[in-house]
Design a protein around this ligand. Structure first.
Ligand SMILES: [Zn+2]
Length: 333
């Protein structure tokens, strides 16, 4: 059954299955780090509500193979809308997929996305008022809900409060504390847990068949598949040349050419270093060494802030790697 494809989130998925059978809240808030199955669970919930297989629905789940289930999986079921950065980039591009260079321009538009904007909220709230074509449940999913500024959140508020019949809103967030209280108070919260390391490794192998560092990347994932994917890129960058005097400059030179991509990879590299130094600090018993590691950690945290500003990502990465010079940090073990 499709809910079983959501791995290691039994508490959340059991709650959702029960909701399908008993009572569907008008607004739900899925909380937890990114890359742990929140979006997938929201889509599975939408399938369970709209599945054409009566026997499957009786268990609070979906069949995964009927016309409705397949349409929801393919993102072409009109009553289920996933408003994420990709959806917003498509809206903002104002072009047809058949237009010249569409995919390329969409990718550029997607890289610019940082917030769910009020226009996107207006687009989906208008859809929520339209009559369902098939008379089933309408499900509206807003990803990165914590990025909505007051105008967008306020535009959403009354629709969450008084949705039409058989309509459910699902907001996804990895920073519940950053959300407006007025929104929080109207949503039923549902907590998702970070995934076990083995599960992250398994999912990583499913996503990218060519993965070489799945087990190692999972160690740097803190229970999140998206973090594991970022760690994987960072680790292969850090393995550009063996560790030695030429290492910092060689890794810095291997960063991508475009600033946006270079900045993202530099952040991923810093995340890996911070975690590795933090682990070394935890396992170190000597107080002098602990103090040294703590100072390095502080520096790395500052570099992470610097890289989001106008500091060169290459220079930051090179300096960060040089700061590891005096202590032995195991990165690839
Ligand atoms: Zn089905």
């Amino acid at each position: 059954m499709p809910f079983s494809e959501v791995l290691d989130q039994a508490a959340a998925t059991d709650y959702l299955k029960k909701s399908v059978l008993d009572h569907v809240p008008q607004a739900l808030l899925f909380c937890g780090p990114s890359g742990i199955g929140k979006k997938k669970s929201a889509l599975e919930f939408a399938k369970a509500l709209n599945c054409q297989d009566f026997a499957a629905r009786q268990t609070g789940d979906s069949c995964g193979v009927c016309e409705h289930c397949r349409a929801i999986d393919a993102g072409r079921y009109a009553d289920v809308v996933l408003a994420d950065f990709l959806y917003q980039a498509r809206l903002e591009l104002k072009k047809e997929p058949s237009d010249k260079n569409y995919e390329e321009e969409l990718e550029k538009e997607l890289a610019k996305q940082q917030r769910i904007k009020v226009d996107t909220i207006r687009d989906i709230t208008a859809k929520s008022q339209q009559k369902s074509a098939v008379g089933g449940w309408k499900v509206f999913i807003v990803d990165e809900a914590q990025t909505m500024q007051a105008e967008a959140a306020n535009a959403l508020l009354k629709f969450i409060e008084e949705p039409p019949q058989k309509t459910v809103w699902i907001l996804l967030t990895d920073k519940k504390a950053a959300m407006l209280k007025t929104i929080l108070s109207r949503c039923q919260p549902l907590q998702f847990a970070p995934l076990p390391e083995k599960t992250v490794e398994k999912l990583l192998c499913q996503i990218s068949q060519e993965t070489e560092n799945a087990a190692l990347s999972a160690k740097y994932a803190e229970g999140s598949v998206s973090r594991a994917l970022r760690a994987e890129e960072a680790l292969s960058l850090l393995q550009t040349v063996p560790q030695g005097p030429a290492w910092p400059a060689a890794v810095a030179a291997a960063l991508p050419r475009t600033v946006v991509a270079a900045r993202q990879q530099a952040q991923a590299v810093l995340d890996v270093l911070i975690l590795a130094v933090h682990r070394a600090w935890i396992s170190q018993a000597q107080s002098a060494e602990r103090q040294q590691l703590q100072q390095i950690l502080k520096k790395l945290e500052n570099y992470k802030i610097a890289v989001t500003r106008n500091v060169s990502p290459a220079l930051t990465v090179e300096t960060a790697l040089m700061s590891l010079d005096k202590c032995h940090i195991e990165l690839f073990g």
